[in-house]
Write a protein that binds this ligand. Structure first.
Ligand code: NDP
Length: 291
């Protein structure tokens, strides 16, 4: 077991509950606190200690795992506690939010004598406790290493750097790809359904379409070199293709908001003079907010 054989978990939504259960499974002494106390009941029945307040939960252990909705919730919870309770604590903040908020929270913690390790958890609650799941961490490496074994109870632990915003950034990059890709699948299912096809009918094609590995490997070195040569694809072709998608959706009475949004981005690329360039030129368009 790690140097820290005891841990506090604050925030017992589905993630925090899974984390506290994982620590109990591994024999840790676990102190828990949640705004709605009933969410701790099953954990207390397994031997967890219910803290009477967030301050008491902080006082119980050096290592404090935070699993809250966002950083505003963190300030609501920790800001009300006696500031002295934060001194010397390692706050493993597995709350997702923006990189800037993670950096501000790390500074806020440091002003109170605590250290934040920011985490970005890449698994749903069902994956907590498995070494096949992973979590990005950033913050002081020596603090990460000192608590590595305790962090690895939750998932594989991958330290990415000292900047407390980095883990949050990598998590958000993961999320923008995850949500847009998954929503593209929901769009395809809706369009298929309008033609009498079920999700199961399109599963093989969906798996193939969403495996973008060969495209990522092809475009990555070009994009990093600023090379948007239109030798294998052209943005003008992409515009025509997305128009076909939009019309296939609307002709079937299906919502067209997603392809219309795509078309808007593609047309901005055309307006910027990228019609004969690769669709990768959209990276240049997306670097700036729409006018
Ligand atoms: P939930 O939003 O379901 O629960 C979060 C916790 O935050 C609850 O304990 C809730 O308390 C507490 N909370 C929210 N607002 C306040 C507040 N103002 N004051 C005090 N407590 C508050 O989140 P999850 O458990 O699903 O996720 C936790 C974090 O992990 C989130 O940041 C999420 O983005 C991230 N995450 C979640 C994944 C998932 O699949 N669920 C996957 C990867 C990351 P109460 O019970 O009293 O409402």
């Amino acid at each position: 077991m790690s140097k820290t054989a005891s841990v506090t978990v604050i925030g017992l939504g589905p993630m925090g509950q899974a984390m506290a259960h994982a620590y109990l499974d591994r024999g840790y002494r676990v102190t828990v606190w949640n705004r709605a106390p009933a969410r701790a009941d099953a954990l207390v029945a397994r031997g967890a200690v219910r803290a009477a307040s967030a301050g008491e939960a902080l006082a119980a252990n050096e290592l404090v795992v935070l699993s809250l909705t966002d950083y505003d919730a963190m300030y609501a919870v920790l800001g009300g506690a006696d500031p002295a309770a934060l001194a010397g604590r390692v706050l493993v903040n597995l709350t997702s939010d923006t990189p800037d908020k993670a950096r501000a929270a790390a500074a806020w913690a440091a002003e109170r004598g605590a250290t934040q390790l920011t985490g970005g958890v890449l698994t749903p609650p069902s994956g907590i406790g498995s070494p096949d799941s992973s979590t990005f961490y950033s913050g002081p490496r020596e603090v990460f290493e000192a608590h590595r074994a305790a962090l690895e109870v939750l998932s594989a632990a991958d330290h990415k750097g000292e900047d407390p915003g980095l883990a949050a950034l990598l998590y958000q990059l993961n999320m923008v790809m995850f949500w847009t890709a998954l929503t593209s699948y929901w769009q395809a299912v809706a369009m298929a359904g309008a033609h009498g096809l079920k999700a199961a009918d399109i599963l093989p094609y969906a798996k193939n379409a969403l495996d973008l590995t060969r495209f990522l490997e092809f475009y990555t070195p070009r994009v990093d070199a600023g090379d948007h040569t239109g030798d294998v694809d052209r943005l003008a072709m992409g515009v025509a293709s997305v128009e076909h998608v939009l019309h296939t959706a609307t002709d079937a009475g299906v919502d067209g908001a997603l392809p219309a949004a795509l078309l808007g981005i593609f047309r901005r690329g055309m307006a910027a003079g990228h019609g004969a360039d690769s669709g990768s030129s959209l990276v240049e368009v997306l670097k700036r907010p729409a006018a």
